[in-house]
Design a protein around this ligand. Structure first.
Ligand code: ADP
Ligand code: MG
Length: 263
Protein backbone atom coordinates (compact mmCIF):
# COMPACT_ATOMS: atom_id res chain seq x y z
CA UNK A 1 0.00 0.00 0.00
CA UNK A 2 1.30 3.46 -0.88
CA UNK A 3 1.18 6.47 1.42
CA UNK A 4 -1.85 8.74 1.25
CA UNK A 5 -0.57 10.97 4.03
CA UNK A 6 3.01 11.67 5.00
CA UNK A 7 3.72 13.91 7.98
CA UNK A 8 7.29 14.95 8.76
CA UNK A 9 8.67 16.83 11.75
CA UNK A 10 5.34 18.41 12.57
CA UNK A 11 5.41 20.88 15.44
CA UNK A 12 2.77 23.24 16.80
CA UNK A 13 3.61 25.69 19.54
CA UNK A 14 1.22 27.85 21.54
CA UNK A 15 3.40 30.42 23.27
CA UNK A 16 5.84 28.29 25.24
CA UNK A 17 3.69 25.16 25.07
CA UNK A 18 4.59 22.53 22.50
CA UNK A 19 1.27 20.84 21.59
CA UNK A 20 2.79 18.58 18.94
CA UNK A 21 6.53 18.05 18.94
CA UNK A 22 8.37 16.78 15.87
CA UNK A 23 5.74 14.23 14.85
CA UNK A 24 6.33 12.09 11.78
CA UNK A 25 3.77 9.59 10.55
CA UNK A 26 2.94 7.75 7.35
CA UNK A 27 -0.63 6.64 6.70
CA UNK A 28 -1.13 4.18 3.85
CA UNK A 29 -4.08 4.20 1.46
CA UNK A 30 -6.99 2.32 3.03
CA UNK A 31 -5.52 2.16 6.51
CA UNK A 32 -7.42 2.81 9.74
CA UNK A 33 -4.84 4.52 11.94
CA UNK A 34 -5.59 4.86 15.62
CA UNK A 35 -4.22 7.82 17.59
CA UNK A 36 -4.36 7.43 21.35
CA UNK A 37 -2.84 9.20 24.32
CA UNK A 38 -3.79 10.94 27.56
CA UNK A 39 -5.76 14.20 27.53
CA UNK A 40 -3.59 17.09 26.38
CA UNK A 41 -1.26 14.78 24.43
CA UNK A 42 -1.83 16.73 21.20
CA UNK A 43 -4.29 14.45 19.39
CA UNK A 44 -6.83 17.13 18.44
CA UNK A 45 -4.03 19.50 17.49
CA UNK A 46 -2.64 16.85 15.14
CA UNK A 47 -6.04 16.47 13.44
CA UNK A 48 -6.38 20.26 13.18
CA UNK A 49 -2.98 20.50 11.51
CA UNK A 50 -3.92 17.78 9.00
CA UNK A 51 -7.39 19.27 8.39
CA UNK A 52 -6.02 22.79 8.08
CA UNK A 53 -7.86 24.60 10.88
CA UNK A 54 -4.39 25.15 12.39
CA UNK A 55 -1.12 25.94 10.69
CA UNK A 56 2.01 24.12 11.89
CA UNK A 57 4.94 25.99 13.45
CA UNK A 58 7.27 23.55 11.67
CA UNK A 59 7.15 20.50 9.48
CA UNK A 60 5.37 19.24 6.41
CA UNK A 61 2.14 17.46 5.54
CA UNK A 62 2.04 15.71 2.16
CA UNK A 63 -1.43 14.53 1.18
CA UNK A 64 -1.92 12.53 -2.02
CA UNK A 65 1.50 13.65 -3.23
CA UNK A 66 1.01 17.37 -2.56
CA UNK A 67 2.39 19.56 0.23
CA UNK A 68 -0.72 20.95 1.93
CA UNK A 69 0.55 22.39 5.21
CA UNK A 70 -0.07 25.95 3.98
CA UNK A 71 -3.38 25.21 2.20
CA UNK A 72 -6.60 26.53 3.72
CA UNK A 73 -9.19 24.11 5.13
CA UNK A 74 -11.63 24.40 2.21
CA UNK A 75 -8.86 23.56 -0.24
CA UNK A 76 -7.95 20.47 1.77
CA UNK A 77 -11.64 19.52 1.99
CA UNK A 78 -11.88 19.77 -1.80
CA UNK A 79 -8.78 17.57 -2.10
CA UNK A 80 -10.48 14.92 0.01
CA UNK A 81 -9.81 15.52 3.69
CA UNK A 82 -12.98 15.28 5.81
CA UNK A 83 -13.19 15.76 9.54
CA UNK A 84 -15.41 15.55 12.61
CA UNK A 85 -14.85 17.55 15.77
CA UNK A 86 -14.38 16.47 19.36
CA UNK A 87 -17.13 18.91 20.38
CA UNK A 88 -20.27 18.47 18.29
CA UNK A 89 -20.84 21.42 15.95
CA UNK A 90 -24.38 21.28 14.63
CA UNK A 91 -27.12 23.79 13.80
CA UNK A 92 -29.82 22.54 16.16
CA UNK A 93 -32.75 24.36 14.54
CA UNK A 94 -31.91 23.13 11.02
CA UNK A 95 -32.93 19.75 9.65
CA UNK A 96 -30.59 16.79 9.75
CA UNK A 97 -30.32 16.95 5.93
CA UNK A 98 -29.52 20.70 5.95
CA UNK A 99 -26.80 20.16 8.51
CA UNK A 100 -25.10 17.75 6.14
CA UNK A 101 -25.60 20.07 3.15
CA UNK A 102 -24.14 23.10 4.92
CA UNK A 103 -20.81 21.33 5.03
CA UNK A 104 -21.04 20.50 1.32
CA UNK A 105 -21.91 24.07 0.26
CA UNK A 106 -18.58 25.22 1.57
CA UNK A 107 -16.81 23.24 -1.11
CA UNK A 108 -19.51 23.40 -3.84
CA UNK A 109 -18.60 25.07 -7.15
CA UNK A 110 -21.41 27.65 -7.00
CA UNK A 111 -20.52 28.32 -3.38
CA UNK A 112 -22.81 29.40 -0.61
CA UNK A 113 -23.42 32.82 -2.26
CA UNK A 114 -24.54 31.23 -5.52
CA UNK A 115 -26.92 29.06 -3.54
CA UNK A 116 -28.34 32.08 -1.73
CA UNK A 117 -28.78 34.02 -4.98
CA UNK A 118 -30.58 30.99 -6.53
CA UNK A 119 -28.39 30.97 -9.64
CA UNK A 120 -29.34 28.21 -12.15
CA UNK A 121 -25.96 26.56 -11.73
CA UNK A 122 -26.66 26.61 -8.03
CA UNK A 123 -29.99 24.78 -8.46
CA UNK A 124 -28.32 21.86 -10.24
CA UNK A 125 -25.61 21.85 -7.67
CA UNK A 126 -28.18 21.95 -4.87
CA UNK A 127 -29.66 18.72 -6.23
CA UNK A 128 -26.25 17.10 -6.44
CA UNK A 129 -25.35 18.14 -2.90
CA UNK A 130 -28.74 16.92 -1.67
CA UNK A 131 -28.15 13.51 -3.25
CA UNK A 132 -24.66 13.31 -1.72
CA UNK A 133 -26.05 14.34 1.66
CA UNK A 134 -28.82 11.71 1.48
CA UNK A 135 -26.27 9.05 0.56
CA UNK A 136 -24.12 10.08 3.54
CA UNK A 137 -27.15 9.90 5.85
CA UNK A 138 -27.88 6.43 4.54
CA UNK A 139 -24.28 5.38 5.26
CA UNK A 140 -24.58 6.35 8.93
CA UNK A 141 -28.15 5.08 9.30
CA UNK A 142 -29.90 8.44 9.71
CA UNK A 143 -31.76 8.60 6.39
CA UNK A 144 -35.18 8.15 8.02
CA UNK A 145 -34.49 11.23 10.17
CA UNK A 146 -33.38 13.51 7.29
CA UNK A 147 -36.18 16.05 7.81
CA UNK A 148 -36.08 16.06 11.61
CA UNK A 149 -34.57 19.03 13.48
CA UNK A 150 -30.98 18.21 14.42
CA UNK A 151 -31.56 19.52 17.95
CA UNK A 152 -34.07 16.75 18.63
CA UNK A 153 -31.59 13.94 17.96
CA UNK A 154 -30.06 11.85 20.73
CA UNK A 155 -26.43 12.47 21.57
CA UNK A 156 -25.36 9.30 19.74
CA UNK A 157 -27.33 10.31 16.65
CA UNK A 158 -25.69 13.76 16.70
CA UNK A 159 -22.29 12.09 16.63
CA UNK A 160 -23.41 10.06 13.60
CA UNK A 161 -24.69 13.23 11.94
CA UNK A 162 -21.24 14.76 12.31
CA UNK A 163 -19.79 11.73 10.53
CA UNK A 164 -22.43 12.03 7.78
CA UNK A 165 -21.45 15.66 7.24
CA UNK A 166 -17.82 14.67 6.85
CA UNK A 167 -18.76 11.78 4.54
CA UNK A 168 -20.94 13.96 2.27
CA UNK A 169 -17.79 15.44 0.80
CA UNK A 170 -16.77 11.86 -0.21
CA UNK A 171 -13.38 12.19 1.48
CA UNK A 172 -10.35 10.05 0.73
CA UNK A 173 -9.14 10.67 4.27
CA UNK A 174 -11.56 10.90 7.19
CA UNK A 175 -10.35 12.37 10.49
CA UNK A 176 -12.49 11.34 13.47
CA UNK A 177 -11.94 13.09 16.81
CA UNK A 178 -13.30 10.92 19.64
CA UNK A 179 -16.46 9.82 17.81
CA UNK A 180 -17.30 7.36 20.61
CA UNK A 181 -17.14 9.96 23.40
CA UNK A 182 -20.35 9.84 25.40
CA UNK A 183 -21.80 6.84 23.55
CA UNK A 184 -23.37 3.95 25.42
CA UNK A 185 -21.90 0.45 24.82
CA UNK A 186 -24.51 -0.47 22.19
CA UNK A 187 -23.90 2.78 20.30
CA UNK A 188 -20.14 2.22 20.54
CA UNK A 189 -20.51 -1.20 18.91
CA UNK A 190 -22.65 0.30 16.14
CA UNK A 191 -20.02 3.02 15.65
CA UNK A 192 -17.30 0.36 15.36
CA UNK A 193 -19.29 -1.34 12.61
CA UNK A 194 -19.83 1.98 10.85
CA UNK A 195 -16.10 2.76 10.91
CA UNK A 196 -15.39 -0.68 9.43
CA UNK A 197 -17.99 -0.13 6.68
CA UNK A 198 -16.54 3.27 5.82
CA UNK A 199 -13.06 1.76 5.73
CA UNK A 200 -14.21 -1.10 3.50
CA UNK A 201 -15.63 1.45 1.06
CA UNK A 202 -12.03 2.58 0.50
CA UNK A 203 -11.77 5.60 2.80
CA UNK A 204 -8.54 6.00 4.79
CA UNK A 205 -9.26 6.89 8.41
CA UNK A 206 -7.39 8.50 11.28
CA UNK A 207 -9.26 7.71 14.47
CA UNK A 208 -8.56 9.59 17.70
CA UNK A 209 -10.31 7.72 20.47
CA UNK A 210 -10.20 6.84 24.17
CA UNK A 211 -12.52 3.85 23.80
CA UNK A 212 -9.96 1.07 23.50
CA UNK A 213 -12.51 -1.45 22.26
CA UNK A 214 -13.36 0.80 19.32
CA UNK A 215 -9.66 1.37 18.60
CA UNK A 216 -8.60 -2.26 18.96
CA UNK A 217 -11.34 -3.61 16.73
CA UNK A 218 -10.90 -1.13 13.89
CA UNK A 219 -7.23 -0.08 13.68
CA UNK A 220 -4.36 -1.93 12.01
CA UNK A 221 -1.77 0.56 13.28
CA UNK A 222 -1.82 2.75 16.36
CA UNK A 223 0.20 5.87 17.11
CA UNK A 224 0.58 6.82 20.76
CA UNK A 225 1.07 10.48 21.66
CA UNK A 226 2.28 11.72 25.02
CA UNK A 227 3.06 15.38 25.84
CA UNK A 228 2.99 16.18 22.13
CA UNK A 229 5.53 13.54 21.20
CA UNK A 230 5.07 10.30 19.29
CA UNK A 231 5.74 7.78 22.04
CA UNK A 232 5.17 4.57 20.10
CA UNK A 233 3.72 3.25 16.89
CA UNK A 234 2.76 -0.24 15.83
CA UNK A 235 0.12 -2.92 15.65
CA UNK A 236 -2.41 -3.10 18.51
CA UNK A 237 -0.46 -5.90 20.23
CA UNK A 238 2.89 -4.12 19.81
CA UNK A 239 1.45 -0.97 21.37
CA UNK A 240 -0.22 -2.82 24.25
CA UNK A 241 3.06 -4.53 25.14
CA UNK A 242 5.21 -1.41 24.81
CA UNK A 243 6.67 -0.54 28.21
CA UNK A 244 6.77 3.19 27.58
CA UNK A 245 3.12 3.17 26.59
CA UNK A 246 2.09 1.28 29.70
CA UNK A 247 4.18 3.75 31.74
CA UNK A 248 2.51 6.77 30.13
CA UNK A 249 -0.84 5.37 31.14
CA UNK A 250 0.23 4.51 34.71
CA UNK A 251 -1.47 6.60 37.33
CA UNK A 252 -4.41 7.02 34.98
CA UNK A 253 -6.46 4.07 36.24
CA UNK A 254 -9.30 4.33 33.73
CA UNK A 255 -7.01 4.37 30.72
CA UNK A 256 -4.60 1.85 32.19
CA UNK A 257 -7.34 -0.72 32.83
CA UNK A 258 -8.80 -0.25 29.42
CA UNK A 259 -5.38 -0.72 27.82
CA UNK A 260 -4.65 -3.79 29.99
CA UNK A 261 -7.99 -5.35 29.10
CA UNK A 262 -6.66 -5.89 25.59
CA UNK A 263 -3.11 -6.93 26.45
N1 ADP B 1 -5.93 26.77 20.42
C1 ADP B 1 -5.08 26.50 21.42
N2 ADP B 1 -4.41 27.50 22.07
C2 ADP B 1 -3.56 27.22 23.06
N3 ADP B 1 -3.25 26.00 23.50
C3 ADP B 1 -3.87 24.97 22.89
C4 ADP B 1 -4.82 25.16 21.83
N4 ADP B 1 -5.26 23.93 21.43
C5 ADP B 1 -4.63 23.05 22.21
N5 ADP B 1 -3.80 23.65 23.09
C6 ADP B 1 -2.94 22.97 24.06
O1 ADP B 1 -2.19 22.00 23.37
C7 ADP B 1 -2.10 20.80 24.14
C8 ADP B 1 -2.66 19.65 23.35
O2 ADP B 1 -4.06 19.81 23.25
P1 ADP B 1 -4.97 18.85 22.39
O3 ADP B 1 -4.39 18.72 21.04
O4 ADP B 1 -6.37 19.36 22.48
O5 ADP B 1 -4.83 17.47 23.18
P2 ADP B 1 -5.71 16.16 23.14
O6 ADP B 1 -6.66 16.25 22.00
O7 ADP B 1 -4.73 15.04 23.00
O8 ADP B 1 -6.41 16.09 24.47
C9 ADP B 1 -2.82 21.05 25.44
O9 ADP B 1 -1.89 21.43 26.42
C10 ADP B 1 -3.75 22.20 25.09
O10 ADP B 1 -4.02 22.97 26.21
MG1 MG C 1 -8.70 16.18 21.91
Amino acid sequence: MSALLQISGLAKRFGGLVATDNISMTVAHGQVRGVIGPNGAGKTTLLSLIGGTMQPSEGSIVFDGLEVSASPTHRRAAMGIGRTFQNIKLFDSMSVLRNVMVGSHLRGRAGIWGAMLCLPSAAAEERRLRDEALAALQTVGLLALAEVEAGSLSYGQKRLLEIARAMASTPQLLLLDEPAAGLNPTEAVALTQLIKRISESGVTIILVEHHMDVIMSTCSQISVLNYGKLLAEGSPSEVQNNEQVVEAYLGRPGLEERLAAYA
